[in-house]
Design a protein around this ligand. Structure first.
Ligand code: SF4
Length: 293
């Protein structure tokens, strides 16, 4: 367990990594690039962000292509698509869509759920706050997950696998609930590259969206000793980052994630790539070693 404590220098090294990070290169590669241009229209941005968070599985090229394809099928206006189109038209438009295991019939059902929700509410922030105010961040994700699971506006049954798209930390401690945690970071955090459209969720309360890249590097920097991704690991990594930046612990998420996605981190002890890595002294792959060794 001791080996998994962060080094005393990690805060400085992470700050260095954050300051030197080529955000321009990586934002263009991230699904948020498809959402940022919609930020002036909160509903369109929310719907696009939710779809992008759902589709954020696999490599970034395939994710960007899937998000683009979905935008094309919705005539570049997902806000109008969910609010104004009848269910049959939504189902027809998305019938052939597929990205990995996520299917068009599931997204058409989601469109029906959102259409029903937006008929009575301005923003999904209200759904999150309904749980957050009483139960903190996990309560907020739970309330948001329950809202998104349905039912849809026309009383249809949810298609197979639909409800599993929205796990809740209160139902399944084994899930890191990455989709909704990422969605809330995008919408609530107000510093680049995030959108800051939700104003009532304090940045210091956000939790880390623990994808495979972030988990790998968090484990190797000693931010968690947990080998598998779970809600407990989310809390542990967030708490460790909160000790470095209490007001904005998830600001390191983008940098850790894209250090992995970009290939800046080979996830193995490679002297050529690891040599210039600013967190090499803190990385379990290298502690007690020099590059020459
Ligand atoms: S030292 Fe190498 S393996 Fe460790 S985080 Fe840096 S690039 Fe990744």
């Amino acid at each position: 367990m001791r080996a998994h404590r962060p080094t005393p220098q990690l805060a400085d090294h992470l700050e260095g990594l954050y300051r030197a990070f080529p955000f321009g290169r990586s934002v263009a590669d991230d699904p948020i690039a498809a959402v940022r241009p919609l930020a002036r229209d909160r509903r369109s941005a929310e719907v696009a962000a939710l779809c992008a968070a759902i589709l954020a599985v696999g490599n970034t090229t395939a994710i960007r292509a899937a998000v683009r394809r979905l935008g094309d099928l919705a005539d570049q206006d997902l806000g109008r698509f969910v609010a104004d189109l009848p269910g049959a038209a939504q189902r027809r438009a998305l019938a052939g869509f597929r990205h990995r295991w996520i299917r068009g019939d599931q997204l058409a059902y989601l469109a029906g759920v959102l259409g029903r929700y937006y008929a009575e509410h301005d923003s999904l922030e209200s759904a999150f706050l309904a749980g957050f105010d009483a139960g903190g961040f996990a309560g907020g994700v739970d309330a948001l997950a329950r809202t998104l699971r349905g039912p849809s506006g026309d009383g249809r049954r949810a298609p197979p696998g639909y409800r599993r798209l929205f796990p809740s930390p209160l139902d399944s401690a084994r899930s890191p609930c990455k989709r909704l945690t990422l969605l809330v970071r995008w919408l609530a955090r107000d510093r680049y590259p995030d959108l800051g459209l939700w104003r009532r969720v304090p940045t210091g309360e956000l939790r880390i969206p623990l994808d495979l890249h972030v988990h790998w590097i968090a484990y190797h920097l000693g931010l968690t000793a947990r080998r598998s991704r779970s809600w407990a690991a989310v809390e542990e990594v967030t708490e460790a980052l909160r000790r470095i930046d209490p007001l904005d612990p998830t600001r390191f998420d983008f940098v850790l994630c894209h250090t992995g996605i970009s290939g800046d981190c080979p996830k193995t002890r490679d002297p050529t790539v690891c040599g210039p890595c600013l967190v090499r002294p803190d990385c379990l792959m290298w502690r007690g070693r020099t590059v020459a060794a």
